[in-house]
Design a protein. Structure first.
Length: 124
């Protein structure tokens, strides 16, 4: 007896290799589309952490008693954590009743973020 006309079972090796090649090209295309989105997401997250660090330092300087605001620059280096940064706060006496405060937050990781600065004045 011959099996002419009987349905064959399974895939041939050529069909399997063709499917793998086509799927590989599709996945490569999807990966190339996702990479810019991933980078933009990382930049947005880093910017949010930078702004939160900057706002935290501004809030700290705002609630600090006026008499504790001495002239000079103080820098704090935070190399670990989710947002490694260097934060510098400079207090300048404009008059005996007014202090100018400048806060600069510089990211330490190799990101495209630049240092961010806030300058404000506090009176007695």
């Amino acid at each position: 007896m011959t099996r002419s006309g009987a349905a064959r079972a399974g895939f041939t090796l050529v069909e399997l290799i063709t499917t793998v090649v086509v799927l590989s090209f599709l996945m490569l295309g999807v990966g190339r589309m996702m990479l810019p989105t991933f980078r933009a997401s990382n930049q947005a997250t880093a910017a949010a952490y930078r702004n939160a660090t900057l706002n935290g330092e501004v809030a700290r300087m705002t609630v600090m008693p006026y008499g504790y605001l001495t002239a000079g620059t103080t820098c704090v280096n935070t190399p670990g954590g989710v947002f490694p940064n260097n934060s510098c706060t400079t207090v300048t006496f404009l008059t005996s009743e007014v202090r100018q405060i400048r806060v600069i937050v510089t990211p330490l990781r190799a990101t495209l973020l630049t240092p961010d600065t806030v300058t404000f004045e506090r009176g007695r």
